[in-house]
Design a protein around this ligand. Structure first.
Ligand code: NAD
Length: 306
């Protein structure tokens, strides 16, 4: 749902990945969805085979995963939370249309504010909680690992760290569990040949948290990395990978948080979120995570979702 900047970048990356057998673009602007589908089809000579077309909500009937990227996006100076009023309404109409055709799919919410909308989709759809997922902080975690890898001069695949909580201004860079080759950053930094000159924690946290603002000011949208993050999530679900990714889902008592969708490490497989993992955090990270949950909770109450 949604064939704008994020939806089409995701479709393009998914086509190249070879993970999907069928991709259907659904958008209010049908003409645009048709044109985007045609453009992608012209690339089939260069990619693994996949059926791509534009369609309506009836196409959800046998979908494994329905990905929602439809709705308003941040303009310069807006936070993700500023989008809530408009996007909760869009979420309601889209989820109602989806559930008319399927009760079986996994819903992947990407539209912002993603944690609030994941909760909204869960309430509107009445789907089991394992099958309503938000892209959460998968992108933020990738941004964090990229910055750490650059500072530490280590491949991003070998840097472990998570961004938890809201995909937004209150998100938590969980320094207390960041590590390289099993070495916590606290220890690793002591052995750094560059003596942490570039690795000021506030600077890294600021760069992760404000990435979207910088990108929106420069190009009006963020699309490439989020498209790849979405392919990563969808592939983990389709292939039953049991991969650990920081998607947003309903939290059930972990860290003393309840009845809120936000990101903590989650195991993703064919059933959706199959397990939530709550690693031990420092008191500082734990407090920040609870504050992030409170921020989301306040917004949910503000739009009468609680
Ligand atoms: P966009 O304006 O390019 O595209 C939005 C699309 O939604 C448009 O094509 C529009 O026609 C369609 N649309 C609107 N209402 C609809 C409805 N009721 N049914 C079907 N289609 C509808 O925006 P974008 O840049 O693609 O961003 C989309 C959303 O994704 C925004 O909310 C943005 O903030 C969010 N986003 C999330 C992340 C993340 O990590 N979660 C990252 C980037 C962007």
């Amino acid at each position: 749902m949604g064939a704008g900047a994020v939806g089409t970048t995701f479709a393009y990356a998914l086509q190249i990945s070879g993970s999907a057998g069928e991709i259907v673009l659904v958008d209010l602007n049908r003409e645009r969805a048709e044109a985007e589908a045609l453009d992608l089809n012209h690339g089939l000579f260069f990619t693994p085979p996949v059926q791509i077309r534009a369609g309506g909500y009836e196409e959800c009937a046998d979908a494994d995963i329905v990905v929602i990227t439809a709705g308003a996006k941040q303009k310069e100076g807006q936070t993700r939370l500023d989008l809530v009023g408009e996007n909760v309404k869009i979420c309601r109409s889209i989820v109602d249309s989806i559930t008319e055709h399927t009760q079986e799919a996994i819903l992947l919410m990407v539209t912002n504010p993603v944690d609030v909308l994941t909760y909204a989709a869960l309430k509107f759809s009445d789907y089991p909680k394992e099958r309503v997922i938000g892209s959460g902080t998968v992108l933020d975690t990738a941004r964090f690992r990229y910055l750490l890898s650059r500072n530490c001069r280590v491949d991003p695949h070998n840097v472990h760290g998570y961004v938890l909580g809201e995909h937004g201004d209150s998100e938590v860079i969980a320094w207390s569990i960041a590590s390289i080759a099993g070495m916590r950053m606290k220890e690793k930094c002591k052995t750094c040949p560059r003596r942490m000159e570039d690795c000021d924690r506030e600077g890294v946290a600021e760069a992760v948290r404000n990435s979207a603002y910088h990108l929106i000011s420069g190009k009006g949208a963020t699309n490439w990395a989020v498209g790849l993050a979405m392919v990563r999530i969808v592939t983990a679900l389709l292939r039953d990978e049991k991969s650990v990714l920081t998607v947003s889902s309903l939290i059930d008592g972990q860290y003393g948080i309840e009845d809120i969708c936000l990101s903590i490490p989650a195991v993703l497989g064919s059933q959706g979120v199959e397990d939530l993992i709550a690693p031990g955090l420092s008191e500082e990270d734990r407090k920040a995570l609870r504050a992030s949950a409170e921020t989301i909770d306040e917004v949910l109450r503000g739009v009468d979702l609680k």
